[in-house]
Design a protein around this ligand. Structure first.
Ligand code: PMP
Length: 386
């Protein structure tokens, strides 16, 4: 008997592939996984411990504990202004919220537009719905910001939704207000849904204020806003995310979530609520370190022959153009990442893991110490000069 076509057809991500390959080696320096190197702020950990000790060990409501939904509504009082009862759903990481949003919006055969290079999970998540991926490449010369006209050209009668991710993993691109407005107009004109993954929205470094697509008239109603605690409070291992959308969408996402993850532990949710109310200055502190590391890594990249980078404006990734180096070594980006790992112990992710237009690039996460960045580049430099 054969296993399902879906399971057999789904590939793993190159991020994990590189991560696993690196586990076989000693003395590696990793620029791989997209997770803060900070520990969750102390007050959040203490609150979770208090909850566990108080015996909060039971099932919780499917859409999340009221304390957290209320805290999210307060946190978004200046923008989304959600009704905490009907417009917020807590999920197992932003990952699950995106999956539930896709299941809720797209039928098998529907098309979903994905701006690439993109976080690899989107590819698998769209496939899990039986929907069809329409890739719209964001070009390096535009700072990896999508061109609304390219999105327009990809829309067909079968298009159901567009996934936006600003700031972007892997490019660090942030969609500015005017481009966002043009995309919003297109969404209304073509009567589409948006899944807006804004998990990195607190981590921006540009001059312009951050713009959410939900801020344009008519867009809040047709957008599933996705965020979570992984990047904001360095809570990747807690597996806590959320979605905000109009009641009909949240009601249906919650039905699906009930059948999948069911619910999340009370202590993590109550501790995350405390984080939103008391720990926002911690985010600012972490953002300042990422900003410093971004400047450090970008200057080291610029000093390395054969590599160049567009300065990322958000998140904590540098999407490095390594086309010259690939040519010099006679390798594609996957070959280059593997060669770099095997010869120097430096772990990177090949750009081709984020969509075919990522070929010739490598992604470096700078959510790591200054010391690692400097040591990593000493090795990269020696490899390049070899
Ligand atoms: N969206 C993007 C763009 C991400 O980079 C990630 C994590 N790498 C996620 C969603 C998932 O985050 P979570 O840990 O909340 O599932």
């Amino acid at each position: 008997m054969e296993l399902s076509r879906l399971a057999r057809g789904l590939g793993g991500s190159m991020i994990r592939e590189m991560f696993n390959e690196a586990l076989k080696m000693e003395d590696t320096i990793s620029f791989t996984v997209g997770e803060p190197d900070f520990t969750t702020p102390g007050p959040i950990i203490e609150e979770a411990c208090r909850c566990w000790e108080a015996g909060m060990t039971h099932y919780t409501p499917n859409s999340g504990v009221p304390e957290l939904r209320q805290a999210i509504a307060e946190y978004h009082a200046g923008d989304l202004r959600p009704d905490p009862e009907r417009e917020v759903m807590i999920s197992c990481g932003a990952t699950e919220a995106i999956q539930m949003a896709l299941f809720t919006l797209a039928d098998p055969g529907d098309e979903v537009i994905l701006i690439t290079p993109a976080w690899p999970n989107y590819f698998g998540q769209i496939a899990m719905c039986g929907a069809v991926i329409k890739e719209v490449p964001a070009r390096e010369e535009n700072g990896f910001v999508p061109d609304p006209e390219d999105i327009r050209a990809a829309v067909t009668d079968r298009t159901k939704a567009v996934i936006l991710n600003s700031p972007s993993n892997p490019t660090g691109a942030v969609i500015g207000r005017e481009t966002c407005r043009a995309i919003a107009d297109l969404i209304l004109e073509k009567d589409l849904f948006v899944i807006s993954d804004e998990i990195y929205s607190r981590l921006t470094y540009g001059e312009e204020d951050y713009t959410s697509i939900t801020s344009f008239p008519g867009l809040r109603e047709r957008t599933v806003y996705i965020s979570g605690f992984s990047k904001m409070f360095a809570m990747t291992g807690w597996r806590l995310g959320y979605a905000v959308a109009r009641p009909e969408i949240i009601k249906n996402m919650t039905k699906l979530h009930e059948n999948g993850a069911s619910c999340l532990p009370a202590p993590s949710q109550i501790a995350a609520a405390l984080g939103l109310r008391r720990c926002l200055p911690e985010i600012e502190r972490m953002r300042e370190s990422y900003r410093r590391r971004k400047d450090l890594i970008c200057s080291l990249i610029d000093e390395t022959p054969g590599l160049s980078v567009r300065k990322p404006e958000g998140a904590f990734y540098a999407f490095v153009n390594a086309k010259e180096l690939c040519k010099k070594k006679g390798l594609d980006s996957k070959g280059l990442s593997m060669d770099l790992l095997h010869k120097t112990g430096v772990v990177t992710v090949p750009g081709s893991g984020f969509g075919s237009c990522g070929e010739g690039f490598i992604r470096l996460s700078y959510a790591t110490s200054d010391e690692n960045i400097v040591r990593g580049f000493e090795r990269i430099r020696a490899y390049v000069d070899r």
